[in-house]
Design a protein around this ligand. Sequence first.
Ligand code: PAF
Length: 295
Amino acid sequence: MEVLRANDDVRRRATQARQAGETIGLVPTMGFLHAGHRALIERARAENGRVAVSVFVNPTQFGPTEDFARYPRDEDRDLALCQEAGVDWVYAPSVEELYPHGQPGTLVTPPEGLTTSLCGEFRPGHFTGVATVVAKLFALWGPDRAYFGLKDFQQTAVLRRMAADLCFPVALVLAPTIRETDGLALSSRNIYLDPAERQAALAIPRALQAGWEQARVAGSRPSAVLEAAARHLTGMQVQYLSLVDRDSLEPATDLGRPAVLAIAAYSGKTRLIDNVALDGPAPLALAASAQEGVA
Ligand code: PAF
């Protein structure tokens, strides 16, 4: 495994791989890797000749009052996980390497419809930062496939649109959320939770489970799904609890179309997000099975 810091080295390796007829799978991350990232890496390993993982805490996707400075970082641990998972290249550039003219530079702004609801409403500029940095990674690596977790559901919608609008010839592979056995979705930010906050955070997957079950009751309407979920969140500071159309991200008006129930809530000072597709598997059923085969 090679650790690359310079964009020129990335271009060289990517060109060599293409000349050798190998496909490139890219797993963009902000590091502090967990089993969710590992599942993405393993899938990329199985589906591509070469696997690149980027580790970069991207300043342009954090707001001025957010946790950029204290976002957890542990490069040695990340490199060990990547090595063990069979990664070919870890790309871990400095901020100056990716933003040589300073920030923000040229920006990729996703369409408003995809960024005004859910996290976009509370994190202005966040998805512009995400779309910009991922576009830069696509431009550098020219990956055949790029891997993202569905826990960041709105991010996946934004990135699908960005790749299509900017004509990147890359397939986005979207993988299910990995959960602890008690249902908590894996996130690098879970490290911020003390034991009591972690326990309180379990209300989120329980709320998703209740909404998912309510959607299966004959004649159920979106309002009933939201009410069923809300009952589990009474003690929490909820930023949003929304039921949106899977593709447009507009509020779901009936349950006849694929819809996603999404939550952002604080446990202590930590903001957590999670979601479930109402036409997919139950979140708590996934919790038990998702750990299989994942370190
Ligand atoms: O999901 C993340 O970790 C980040 O938003 C991403 C896609 C790596 C861009 O910085």
